[in-house]
Write a protein that binds this ligand. Structure first.
Ligand SMILES: Cc1ncc(COP(=O)(O)O)c(C=O)c1O
Length: 409
């Protein structure tokens, strides 16, 4: 894509991206940047010193970075920064619809999947005293088509404990009640207890679950969707989908056609290594997507994230390489920990939850003093510690600090 081009047609853009992707593969110089194969560390830009000697295993990021094709596409798109990203959004939505086997009006892209969580809380939770179900007309957008009428959210939020907590805050800000249901003995969502708590509102299922890295088996997910009341929306957060390889796991995207109350959230922050770029999306039936739109900022996704995402989706190797590296390094770390007598919850993600058999706080402090950052304390599992799977040298640094703190040196 020529740098001087600041306005392009949708078809031309898609074609150029294809060419750029092929060029990235052919050019070893470009392929090296941030590559899975380079072993290069991600370094802070000038003026940002924080990461210099800190081993960061705290945020379930992908240490191998974005696809080389994504980096090339972004580099070649800087000059497009002066344009609103309409054409790019069209191409990305088309691509995501094709990949997921749905129509374009079943996809909503967002500023990270975190924004999808916020939109769901806004649209489907709120105080039960909200009785207005009169649709409020909204101004049409100058670009991007008509805005659907807005209906205020109502109902409670039902979540597992522990789970990814951002959505709890969004529900609370929306003045909704939050019901926490402890995970079951296998660290799956307790589907029958969540169902018995359900009425109007939203059930949030994180599968695989953060922070436990555990899955809720497919038969239980199907049962949940079959039995959930129609006035309850079910949001399944599949942020770690690409890391799950258990025969008991399945994505519920193919079940959307049968469930108008199902929304599935996905992110480019994990396997695609784009956490800093901020891009996520959800898939649902068209009328459910329309309930979310009025809550969203217009043009909330930036153009760099979009070009990077489209290029990443064209990189056939990126996902498989990321899966392989994660699983090899996870196996190594788990083996070393087991040799020291520490077991973990079976992990279907790019992080592990280690059973320390004692309160985790002193370990978290000891690791921090040794410049190793791991997950925060999770009150529901006070003896467990969440550690992101980094590159092998990072895991070696973690294990060395862990040995020092436990006195197993
Ligand atoms: C389960 C889960 N959902 C959503 C998110 C937010 O991801 P994003 O970067 O797409 O906003 C995270 C981030 O760690 C997560 O763990």
């Amino acid at each position: 894509m020529p740098n001087t081009t600041a306005s392009i047609s949708r078809r031309k853009f898609a074609k150029l991206l294809g060419a750029g992707a092929a060029c990235a593969v052919a050019s070893p110089g470009i392929a090296r940047t941030g590559s899975l194969f380079s072993g290069a560390e991600t370094r802070p830009a000038a003026g940002f010193t924080n990461a210099a000697n800190v081993v960061r295993l705290s945020a379930n990021e992908n240490p191998y970075g974005p696809s080389p094709m994504a980096i090339k596409a972004m580099t070649e798109s800087f000059s497009l920064s002066c344009r609103y990203p309409d054409d790019h959004a069209e191409v990305l939505i088309d691509t995501l619809a094709k990949i997921n086997g749905v129509s374009r009006d079943q996809i909503l892209i967002a500023d990270g999947s975190g924004e999808i969580l916020k939109l769901c809380a806004a649209a489907f939770t709120g105080p039960m005293s909200t009785t207005t179900n009169r649709a409020v007309e909204l101004a049409p957008r100058s670009r991007g088509g008509a805005m659907p009428a807005f209906v205020p959210g109502r109902g409670k939020m039902i979540v597992a404990d522990p789970t990814f907590e951002a959505i709890l805050n969004h529900a609370r800000v929306n003045m909704a009640d939050v019901v926490k249901v402890p995970l079951n003995a296998s660290f799956g969502h307790d589907v029958s207890k969540m169902l018995s708590a359900a009425s109007e509102g939203l059930i949030y299922i994180c599968n695989p679950n953060n922070p436990t890295a555990s899955i809720t088996p497919k038969n239980e997910m199907r049962e949940l969707l079959r039995k959930a009341p129609r006035e309850t929306t079910v949001l399944v957060d599949e942020a770690y989908h690409h890391y799950a390889d258990s025969a008991d796991y399945e994505s519920v995207i193919p079940l959307i056609k049968d469930h108008s109350n199902l929304i599935v959230a996905r992110t480019f922050s994990k396997i695609f290594g784009m956490a800093g770029l901020r891009l996520g999306y959800c898939v649902a039936q068209p009328q459910t997507i329309q309930r979310l739109r009025p809550h969203q900022t217009w043009d909330s996704v930036n153009i760099m994230a979009m070009v990077a995402a489209i290029a990443s989706l064209n990189d056939a190797d990126h996902v498989t390489n990321g899966q392989r590296l994660n699983s090899e390094t996870k196996k190594f770390a788990l083996g070393e920990l087991e040799a020291m007598g520490f077991k973990s919850i079976p992990s279907q993600a790019n992080f592990i939850m280690i059973d320390l058999k004692r309160p985790a706080r002193p370990m978290l402090d000891g690791l921090r003093q040794r410049n190793v950052q791991v997950g925060r304390l999770f009150p529901a599992l006070p003896n467990h510690m969440r550690v992101t799977i980094g590159k092998k040298p990072e895991m070696e640094a973690f294990l060395s600090a862990f040995r020092q703190v436990t006195g197993t040196v």
